[in-house]
Design a protein around this ligand. Structure first.
Ligand code: ADP
Length: 267
């Protein structure tokens, strides 16, 4: 119903006038821009390894490489780039599943100390290669409700970043504590800290964006896809939690994840 207050009524009882509809399109435009930027980024990220595989395979097939050592190093590049492509496709599919809300949490009680024992065991192999000491301090009797697979994805991603962006011989540690909030709810606070290269202050607000990297070359050489932290952020949001980061350049970074102890059913 449109009220035509102040518009004079015509003799036949009808109203004549003009109706202006103003629609706020800023958000629509912003989403369109983000979508097209994402498509452009995806294309670029996929094309790079595909081009490398093609180039090196063509050179080998051309028969010009007779030296076995060189041939093997080309095969290794083809293998690595293919693995990278695999990771990228996996991360892109994962992100699109989460963003289109096709991911639901399957929550159960998680014994936090057992959970980190198992996560650290998996990550210790990567840490050992760089001689990085990896440890966790967790209250022994702490249980929380969450989706164990998704929690694993969150902390494996954070820990693999910490290991990747820390020099050989550094330290990576997880500290877990629980806290009672003013409203009577309980939260579990996880801090993942490293003694790595740190993140410049100007980049901090953007690192959870898709494909945002502080140093492209370093991320690429360590096998990163640039999607890990945005997947982590989505998974933390799904648990109705919060993630933040503090970092000192050249000294290290701490990623703090706050999750509710109990997941209340969403209506
Ligand atoms: P990537 O696959 O490149 O690691 P992420 O989304 O996981 O992508 O992280 C985005 C960027 O944030 C990384 O490229 C890196 O520059 C920076 N970063 C993430 N974690 C750390 C860390 N622990 N220390 C330093 N830099 C980090």
């Amino acid at each position: 119903i449109v009220r035509l207050d102040g518009v004079p009524m015509m003799q036949d009882g009808s109203y004549r006038g003009m109706l202006f509809l103003l629609q706020e399109v800023t958000d629509i435009r912003r989403l369109e821009k983000m979508r097209s930027e994402f498509v452009a980024n995806v294309s670029h990220e996929l094309k790079t390894p595909v081009a490398a595989v093609k180039g090196f395979a063509e050179t080998l097939l051309g028969g010009g490489v007779t030296d076995e050592k060189t041939a093997r190093s080309f095969l290794q590049i083809i293998y690595d780039e293919n693995e990278r492509l695999n990771r990228l496709i996996g991360d892109i599919l994962e992100l699109s599943k989460i963003e289109s809300k096709r991911v639901q949490l399957e929550c159960s009680p998680v014994h936090v100390i057992d959970f980190f024992d198992s996560v650290l065991e998996t990550m210790s192999k990567v840490a050992e290669k760089k001689n990085i000491s990896l440890s966790a301090t967790v209250p022994p009797e702490l249980f929380m409700e969450g989706d164990e697979d998704k929690l694993r994805q969150i902390f494996m991603n954070l820990l693999s970043n910490s290991i990747n962006y820390t020099q050989d011989g550094g330290n990576v540690k997880v500290t877990v504590a629980n806290r009672m909030e003013d409203d009577g709810t309980e939260k579990v606070i996880f801090a993942v800290s490293d003694t790595g290269m740190g993140i410049p202050r100007k980049d901090l607000p953007r690192i959870f964006e898709r494909f945002y990297r502080v140093d492209k070359a370093r991320s690429r050489s360590s096998g990163g896809t640039g999607l890990g932290l945005s997947i982590v952020k989505h998974l933390v949001d799904l648990h109705r939690g919060n993630i933040s980061v503090e970092s000192d350049l050249g000294i290290g970074s701490t990623f703090t994840v706050e999750l509710p102890l109990l997941q209340e059913d969403e209506e």
